[in-house]
Design a protein around this ligand. Structure first.
Ligand code: ADP
Length: 183
């Protein structure tokens, strides 16, 4: 699914985020930047060991939840790798929506600062971190659309959903939110 909005293109696809041909790929990292399962596992397996060597050296304290840091891409087919740390779900009353929003926002800031015209995201926090998917979809789409409204960049933002079910859910939320904004 592709949507033109605020002079940019929002794309939703089903697939593996580590395979996307874009300027910047976003990893679903943990705050220690220690590598893990899910998206993190796929990124480090495909990207090779130089990524974790670099993040250990540049960010020895890790990255706070709700933010993101950048590294080189290793063997990945992109120019920039962005390690975004979404929140672990603790019921929703401990700042999770603001933190999830912050992780997307900081990633988009890093992408634009590095002149990346296209960026691919996984659905942060919706795997091991247990964020309910429908709520995550709403926070995610609001965060991305707000950023595009303010900055009219990056030119292409692609959300990469791993399963068909997630693709359908995020696409329905995207359509609803865009229709509302276009009035
Ligand atoms: P988190 O710890 O932030 O929840 P996960 O990597 O466990 O991150 O999962 C985030 C989302 O990414 C989940 O919806 C999961 O199904 C999906 N996912 C897992 N592997 C990949 C992949 N290679 N590409 C895109 N999405 C993936």
């Amino acid at each position: 699914m592709q949507i033109e909005i605020y002079g940019c293109r929002l794309e939703l696809v089903q697939g593996d985020v580590s395979e996307q041909q874009v300027d910047a790929i976003v990893n679903a990292a943990n705050s220690r930047l220690a590598g893990g399962s899910g998206v993190d596992g796929a990124i480090h397996a495909r990207g090779g060991p130089t990524i974790i060597e670099e993040t250990r050296r540049r960010y020895p304290g890790g990255c706070p939840t709700g933010s993101a840091v950048a590294s080189g891409p290793g063997e990945l087919p992109c120019r920039l790798l962005i390690h975004a740390v979404g929140p672990i779900w603790h019921g929703g009353g401990q700042g999770e929506p603001e933190q999830l929003r912050g992780a997307y926002r900081k990633s988009l800031e890093l992408a634009t600062e590095h002149s990346c015209e296209s960026v691919a995201f996984p659905a942060l926090s919706t795997g091991a971190y247990g964020y309910p998917k429908s709520q995550a979809a709403n926070v995610t789409l609001a965060a991305i659309l707000d950023f595009l409204a303010e900055h009219a960049a990056p030119a292409v933002v692609r959300l990469v959903l791993f399963t068909q079910e997630d693709y359908k859910l995020f696409s329905a939320v995207a359509k609803e939110r865009v229709d509302k904004r276009k009035g």
